[in-house]
Design a protein around this ligand. Structure first.
Ligand code: SF4
Length: 244
């Protein structure tokens, strides 16, 4: 996650992950778990922070939140990590489908597993009951644009999708076989070890999205030291379109 947030609540029914691609080098979840080890249910942050752990006692939390929220699901891990059993993913979906006052943002670098799981577990009759769930994939560089193919499979089944190009490590083409996600967020890497990001790459994503009227939130821009922190109105409109 970079500057600014598009969610109002994090929900971590599981925590932990292992690096899978270049975008993981300065993993946000790892830093968070190191700073707040109890999030993972462990006080041994060095060795255990990235161990995948299931926290079944947290499954029912969304039902307890009185106010409607935009919930980031597993900002301290990857729900579609190979160590998370299908049965547990179902439990998480069960909660999300049942508690549809909130909107839920899923984000994974394991888009192939997410697509396979959706195809096997969610019949298309579910689509109308899942307008409050957003399936997201991270595509940090052109090398991982193939993740968009898997996200496209989910979109073609009628589910809502989004793409995070963070941290942006190369130019990325978010249009894939005439398909676009519902919205995109893009940003340069932040922090002292931030890798190079060219302004033209970020501008390129903006142009692609604006051409087809897809909301895009440019977060940290290489030439802008004061990135926008609040949600752009067109994206707020997309979230507002959710029927509760
Ligand atoms: S997939 Fe995400 S949570 Fe997992 S190691 Fe990479 S950046 Fe961290």
């Amino acid at each position: 996650m970079g500057e600014g947030t598009y969610w109002t609540q994090a929900w971590n029914p599981m925590t932990g992950c292992t690096p899978i691609s270049a975008g993981c080098d300065h993993c946000y979840a790892r830093d968070l778990l190191r700073r707040f080890p109890l999030l993972s249910g462990s006080d041994d942050y060095e060795e255990k922070a990235l161990t995948v752990r299931l926290h079944r006692h947290r499954l029912a939390l969304p039902a307890r939140w009185k106010k409607q929220r935009i919930v980031f699901v597993c900002n301290c891990g990857d729900l579609f990590h190979e160590a998370v059993p299908d049965e547990f993913i179902w439990r998480v979906f069960d909660e999300m489908i049942g508690e549809h006052r909130h909107q839920y943002l899923l984000l994974t670098k394991r888009a192939e597993r997410m697509a396979a799981w959706v195809a096997g577990a969610l019949p298309t009759v579910c689509v109308d009951h899942m307008r409050h769930i957003w399936f997201g994939a991270t595509v940090e560089s052109a090398e991982y644009e193939w993740r968009l193919d898997h996200l496209g499979e989910i979109a073609r089944a009628g589910f809502r999708t989004w793409v995070s190009v963070e941290p942006m490590l190369s130019i990325v083409w978010v249009r894939r076989n005439a398909w676009f996600p519902d919205w995109v967020t893009v940003g340069a890497e932040t922090g002292p070890r931030a890798r190079e990001c060219h302004a033209g790459w970020v501008d390129g994503i903006e142009v692609q999205c604006r051409r087809v009227s897809i909301p895009v939130w440019v977060k940290k821009h290489p030439t802008n030291p004061n990135p926008r922190r609040e949600m752009p109105p067109e994206l707020a409109e997309v979230f507002g379109s959710h029927d509760t």
